[in-house]
Write a protein that binds this ligand. Structure first.
Ligand code: ADP
Length: 376
C-alpha cells in the first residue's frame, strides 16, 4: 500500500503541500530577482547615476520603488500558487473523503428506516484505504442486519404456521362439540387436552429457542462424568423403548470416568432430545445405541445411533434448522415441534462443543454425535 493512499498522509499532506508550493515559489522568485533581475537593474541605474551624479535622489527613489514592487509581486505570486494548490487539494480531498462519508450517512439513515437491502456503492475513484475499509465494513454490517431481519421475518412466519396447525385442530373439535358432532366425553376431552399440551410445548420450545439463539442462557459449567449421564438418560428412556419394542443400549464400561466440562442439565437436555428422536424415528424391532468416544484430542463424544428411518442426504444439511422436518406430517403427528435439534446444537455450541448428524440414507438409520470439551 502506497503511503499516500493512507488517510493520515492525505490529511497531513494538505497543509504540507501548501507550505511546500508557497516556499518553493518564494525561493524561485527570490532567486530570479536576486540573480537575474537585480544585477541588470542595478547596473542600469548605476550607469545612469554615473552619467548624472546629481540624480542620486531620483535613482534612490526609483530603486526603492522597484524593490518594493518586485517584493510584493513575488509574495503575491507565491501566495496565489499556494492558495490554488490548497483549493485543488481540498476539492480532491472533499470528493474522496466527504462524498463517500455522506453516502454512508445517507445509507445508514435508510437502513435505520427499515430498508435493509441498502448498500453503499464502492467509490470508483482512488479514495484511499481508510474509506474503502469503512465502505466494506459498513456493507458487511448491512449484510448482517439484513440476515438478522430475514431470519426474524422467517421466524415469525414459521411460528405463525406452527401455531396455526394445533389451533385449527382445536377449533375443529370445539366446533364439532358445538354442532353435536362429538360427545363431550372423556375421549374428546383427552384429544382437546392433547392439542393444548402440544401448543404449550410448542410455545415453551419457541421460548427456549429464542433464549439459546440469543445466548441468554445461564450455564453451570463444571466437570461432569459422561458415562454417568448416558446411563441416566438410557435408564429414563428404558420404559418407552420397551413399550415400542426397541432395544435401547449403552455400549460402554459402566462406572467409567470420562470427565468433560459442561452443564449437566443442558447435556441431559441434548441427550434427551437425541434419544427421544431416535426412538421416535425407529420402528419396532430396531435398536438405539449410545457410545462414548474419548479418543479425540481435548474432546469426548457421545454417539447416539439408531436403525430407524434415516435421513436422506439432501435433507441432512437442514435437520438443525429451526422448524425443519424431513417428513413434516409424520414428525408433527408424533409431537415434534421441529426445533429440538436447533436448540440442542445451540446448547452444544454455547458449551464449546458441537453436534453433528450423519446417515447413510433413507431407512438406513441415523447417527448424531455430541462433542464436548474434556476436563484437562
Ligand atoms: P422434531 O421435533 O420434529 O423431531 P427435531 O429438531 O428434533 O424436530 O428434528 C428435526 C427433524 O430431523 C425431524 O423432524 C426429523 O425429520 C429429523 N430427525 C431427527 N432425528 C432423527 C432420527 N434419529 N432419525 C431420522 N430423522 C431424524
Amino acid at each position: 500500500m502506497y503511503f499516500y493512499r493512507r488517510l493520515r498522509w492525505r490529511l497531513i499532506g494538505a497543509p504540507l503541500l501548501v507550505a511546500i508550493v508557497g516556499t518553493s515559489c518564494m525561493l524561485v522568485l527570490t532567486y530570479i530577482i536576486a540573480f537575474q533581475l537585480a544585477p541588470d537593474l542595478l547596473n542600469q541605474q548605476l550607469i545612469v547615476l554615473l552619467e548624472n551624479p546629481d540624480q542620486i535622489e531620483r535613482t534612490q527613489g526609483l530603486l526603492l520603488e522597484t524593490f518594493r514592487s518586485v517584493l510584493i509581486r513575488s509574495v503575491l505570486i507565491a501566495a496565489i500558487f499556494a492558495m490554488t494548490t490548497g483549493v485543488i487539494y481540498s476539492v480532491i480531498l472533499w470528493s474522496s473523503l466527504v462524498v463517500p462519508l455522506r453516502n454512508i450517512a445517507a445509507s445508514s439513515q435508510r437502513i435505520a428506516n427499515g430498508r435493509y437491502e441498502e448498500r453503499v456503492e464502492m467509490p470508483q475513484q482512488n479514495v484511499g484505504e481508510a474509506i474503502t475499509q469503512v465502505v466494506t465494513n459498513f456493507n458487511q454490517m448491512a449484510d448482517a442486519l439484513e440476515t438478522v431481519e430475514n431470519k426474524r421475518v422467517a421466524l415469525i412466519g414459521n411460528v405463525t404456521h406452527e401455531l396455526r396447525t394445533p389451533l385449527t385442530s382445536l377449533r375443529g373439535y370445539l366446533e364439532g362439540l358445538q354442532d353435536g358432532l362429538f360427545e363431550p366425553n372423556a375421549e374428546t376431552l383427552a384429544i382437546l387436552q392433547n392439542e393444548v399440551d402440544r401448543l404449550s410445548r410448542l410455545v415453551e420450545d419457541i421460548q427456549t429457542l429464542s433464549k439459546v439463539e440469543s445466548r441468554a442462557i445461564k450455564l453451570d459449567i463444571q466437570p461432569i462424568n459422561l458415562s454417568e449421564i448416558v446411563e441416566q438418560v438410557v435408564f429414563q428412556f428404558q420404559p418407552q423403548a420397551n413399550q415400542q419394542h426397541v432395544d435401547l443400549v449403552y455400549r460402554g464400561d459402566k462406572g467409567e470416568q470420562i470427565l468433560v466440562m459442561a452443564d449437566q442439565d443442558r447435556t441431559i437436555q441434548i441427550l434427551t432430545n437425541l434419544v427421544g428422536n431416535a426412538l421416535r424415528y425407529t420402528s419396532e424391532g430396531g435398536e438405539v445405541q449410545l457410545q462414548i468416544n474419548h479418543q479425540g484430542a481435548g474432546t469426548a463424544a457421545i454417539i447416539v445411533s439408531d436403525t430407524g428411518i434415516g435421513i436422506p442426504a439432501e435433507a441432512l444439511p437442514y435437520v438443525f434448522e429451526r422448524f425443519y422436518r424431513v417428513d413434516g406430517s409424520r414428525s408433527r403427528e408424533s409431537g415434534g415441534s421441529g426445533v429440538g435439534l436447533t436448540i440442542s446444537r445451540h446448547l452444544a455450541w454455547i458449551m464449546g462443543g458441537e453436534l453433528t448428524a450423519a446417515s447413510p440414507g433413507q431407512n438406513q438409520g441415523s447417527t448424531f454425535t455430541l462433542t464436548l470439551p474434556r476436563k484437562s
